[in-house]
Design a protein around this ligand. Structure first.
Ligand code: ATP
Length: 209
């Protein structure tokens, strides 16, 4: 049975512009995944940083009726949460970063609760990436911006993380922009696929459309 969508807000970009990219306008419904692809250096991460209000940019982003410009950056990012390709860790142990992590989410990504006592310094890049995802969703965002969230994972782990993420996104009703390079991953997870070619971001036609 399809999980029921919670009432959440759409994410809307209204003539958002940053760097060399032409202004971007699109609306992403709750519970939907928009995959963003494009050549290396084409501006995917910068666009996510603009949506997260981490870099000066033109235009506006909206979460439902809330304009990005009406909130302080940190308050906007508490709702529209960015998971950068390189996660940031500041304390010694994993548990200090994940006070609200659910044991079920940890288990779904292959960890036992003992991971909370691990030193951050021992984590592999793939462990960091999965734990950063758990940390982001444990903060109860309203929308997610995921920059290559499975880049450091093997195929089996990638598909495990995708299945867990897709179910959560459907259940919680988050609109999600996910940067991806792998066409197979895009085919598995995307509700929409937008690609940067040159200065333009345009929707790709495909099985997901
Ligand atoms: N703060 C900045 N000011 C000016 N140029 C920047 C800034 N940050 C990034 N750039 C440049 O903007 C371009 C797009 O960078 P971005 O990181 O968005 O690429 P990307 O599409 O995410 O690439 P990749 O797939 O390699 O991660 C690059 O040429 C980069 O050097």
């Amino acid at each position: 049975m399809e999980p029921r969508l919670r009432a959440q807000d759409p994410l809307r970009l209204d003539r958002l512009s940053i760097g060399d990219l032409d202004a971007v306008s699109l609306t992403l419904a709750p519970g939907k995944i928009l995959c963003l692809s494009g050549a290396s250096g084409s501006g995917k991460s910068r666009l996510l940083r603009a949506v997260a209000d981490l870099e000066p940019h033109g235009g506006e982003a909206w979460l439902g009726e809330t304009a990005q410009s009406s909130l302080a950056g940190h308050a906007w990012r508490a709702r529209v949460m960015l998971l950068p390709a390189e996660s940031h860790w500041w304390a010694d142990t994993v548990g200090e970063h994940l006070p609200d992590a659910s044991p079920a989410d940890l288990e779904a990504l292959g960890f036992t609760p003992e991971v909370l006592g691990w030193q951050v310094s021992r984590l592999s890049s793939g462990e960091k990436q999965r734990l950063a995802l758990v940390r982001a969703i444990s903060r109860q965002p309203s929308a997610l911006l995921l920059d290559e969230p499975t880049a450091n994972l093997d195929d089996a782990t990638t598909q495990r993380v995708e299945a867990w993420l897709r179910a959560l996104i459907r259940e919680r009703g988050w609109p999600v922009i996910l940067v991806a390079h792998d066409p197979a991953q895009i085919a598995r997870v995307a509700d929409h696929h937008w690609r940067i070619v040159g200065r333009r971001l345009a929707e790709e036609a495909g099985a997901w459309a």
